[in-house]
Write a protein that binds this ligand. Structure first.
Ligand SMILES: Cc1cc2nc3c(=O)[nH]c(=O)nc-3n(C[C@H](O)[C@H](O)[C@H](O)COP(=O)(O)OP(=O)(O)OC[C@H]3O[C@@H](n4cnc5c(N)ncnc54)[C@H](O)[C@@H]3O)c2cc1C
Length: 512
């Protein structure tokens, strides 16, 4: 017997994952014969972190037809050009992982090859000097790529945002409800499976008492616990703690101090690392650490001793297991957000994975509950994305030269996944980085972290020998000077926020 058509979609959870999924589904399915309901609990809090993003979020907002300026205003957002890593290679080292370009390809040869060649001739530049985003970040300046011409160096930069997680959930909640999503405030008490093993109903306890909620397709956005995908359907969990040993975090918000930087800071600490995320009116701070080497009280004391402004919230302690559900889509249930898996926020990928999940679901949206094949495809592709991000994160730890604490010695001994080991070996031998279709992070992202961690290709491509040394030096000089000019012309990050977000002036200026 064929399974029933999917008409009734039920999302459980009103955090970032729940409301972003609701907003996206409602946008795409608007006017079609679907009913979308979101159940959120007033008693169970959202995780309340997740405030740094990466550039694909900007496309997501545009895809939903949302005005960027309005979104930035509503969510207390600032602009982000990348992440400054401090103390990762050695205690006093620092590097910038930029969004967007790092030099530019010349005659089909990667810029990195030119730079390597120049280094062999005694060049003193640093690689990040050739990134428009890194240059602006270094001077606390910001202007978006869209303000330059297509040919300008500025066009190579890219941005994302730091925003207030609760305001973001509220924004998407309003957006989704305007598009017809029905909000039910209730606690889900129980899940009933049908004879076929699919989820049939939820028992919910809300304002009008205990009731039954039916659905055809369920989206589990209940956070780490995975109320439907794990507790009801037993999807199983792949644990990646051996690769990424941090398993706790403590987070606190503080008052703003000093200039608002257009980047996240990721500062290596004795048993993990600390984030600093500047919003317009406050700062988000957190210490991600490994409980094998640090206890909760010491982590909190350390975090509070390191933040620069007065704290304005009580410290919040979080526990996690790095990894993912073995099946993120099982039967008629798809897990999105923390219920699907967790990778530490070192490269701000959590919200991105929510967007990937919901957009992949929309691509594969089945007509009926007969959806084994779509589920298989979904699981394969999402797990491949998680895996490639995992490898990129492991790179940050496994290449450290630090051995000053037990935690960092542990990181130096991490067994690298085969996929990463091959990539590293090939890069060291040739400067070539094997592209992977599931790789969120591209050539320039890998290069920034590799160079920042002191991993440099040992050989240049023989093709670069056709370019005379003087020509290589001239190219680098010209690019450096042009980027300097571009940065000098850009407004400060704060001036840009004031003009673009607060004063609401959108006139474009050519800045590159
Ligand atoms: C320490 C840390 C730092 C992070 N930093 C970043 C970052 O900088 N950038 C980034 O992109 N991501 C980050 N993330 C990830 C990001 O926070 C999450 O991806 C995002 O917040 C989505 O969370 P969620 O909606 O899946 O879960 P939650 O926010 O936990 O929401 C779960 C929802 O389910 C509801 N719920 C649970 N049980 C029930 C029930 N029985 N009945 C009804 N409702 C129920 C709750 O009320 C809540 O609304 C971070 C995560 C952690 C742990």
């Amino acid at each position: 017997m064929s399974k029933p058509a999917i008409r009734n979609i039920v999302i459980v959870g009103g955090g970032t994952a729940g409301w972003m999924s609701a907003a996206c589904l409602a946008h795409v399915l608007h006017g079609l014969d679907y009913r979308i309901t979101l159940v959120e609990s007033a008693d169970i809090p959202t995780i309340g972190v997740g405030e740094a993003t990466i550039p694909p979020i900007v496309d997501f907002i545009r895809f939903l037809g949302i005005n960027e300026q309005e979104f930035v205003r509503a969510t207390n957002a600032t602009f982000k050009l990348g992440i400054q890593f401090e103390g990762w290679k050695t205690t006093d080292s620092r590097y910038f992982h930029q969004f967007g370009a790092l030099g530019c390809a010349i005659d089909g040869l990667p810029f990195y090859q030119f730079w390597l060649r120049a280094k062999q001739q005694g060049d003193q530049t640093v690689l990040s000097q050739f990134s428009p985003a890194a240059r602006m970040a270094a001077q606390n300046k910001f202007v978006p790529a869209s303000f330059g011409t297509k040919e300008s160096l500025l066009a190579g930069s890219s941005h994302a945002w730091h925003f207030d997680a609760s305001l973001v959930a509220q924004y998407f909640s309003d957006f989704a409800q305007q598009k017809g999503v029905m909000r039910v405030e209730a606690n889900v008490l129980d899940t009933t499976l049908g004879d076929d093993g699919d989820i049939a109903t939820l028992t919910v306890d809300g304002a009008s008492g205990v009731a039954t909620l039916q659905g055809d397709l369920f989206i589990d956005c209940t956070g780490f616990q995975g109320l439907l995908i794990e507790q009801a359907l037993g999807a199983g969990y792949e644990d990646w703690t051996d690769y990424l040993p941090c398993d706790r975090a403590v987070a606190v918000q503080s008052e703003s101090t000093g200039e608002i930087s257009p980047y996240t800071r990721a500062i290596a600490e004795p048993a993990g690392w600390r984030w600093r995320i500047p919003l317009q009116s406050r700062v988000g701070n957190g210490y991600v650490y490994c409980s094998q080497y640090l206890d909760q009280d010491d982590a909190q004391a350390h975090l509070l001793s390191q933040i620069d402004g007065k704290s304005v919230t009580e410290p919040k302690h979080l526990r996690f297991v790095t990894g993912h559900r073995r099946e993120m889509w099982r039967r008629n249930c798809v897990a999105i957000g923390l219920s699907a898996g967790f990778l530490e926020p070192l490269e701000s990928t959590g919200i991105h994975l929510i967007m990937r999940g919901v957009r992949r679901l929309i691509e594969l949206l089945p007509a009926t509950r007969d959806c084994l094949c779509q589920a298989r495809e979904y699981n394969q592709s999402l797990i491949a994305e998680y895996t490639s991000i995992r490898d990129f994160l492991v790179l940050h730890y496994a290449t450290t030269q630090r051995d000053d604490t037990s935690f960092w010695r542990h990181c130096g001994e991490i067994s690298i996944p085969d996929s990463l080991a091959h990539k590293l070996e090939l890069f060291k031998a040739s400067g070539y980085l094997k592209p992977d279709s599931h790789d969120l992070f591209e050539y320039n992202n890998w290069l920034a972290v590799l160079e920042g961690m002191g991993v440099r290709a040992q050989n240049t491509s023989p093709r670069i020998n056709s370019v005379a040394p003087e020509e290589v030096a001239k190219i680098l000089q010209q690019l450096d000077a042009a980027l300097g000019k571009m940065t000098d012309a850009a407004p400060t990050h704060e001036a840009f926020i004031q003009r673009y977000v607060i004063d609401n002036k959108i006139e474009k200026q050519k800045a590159g």
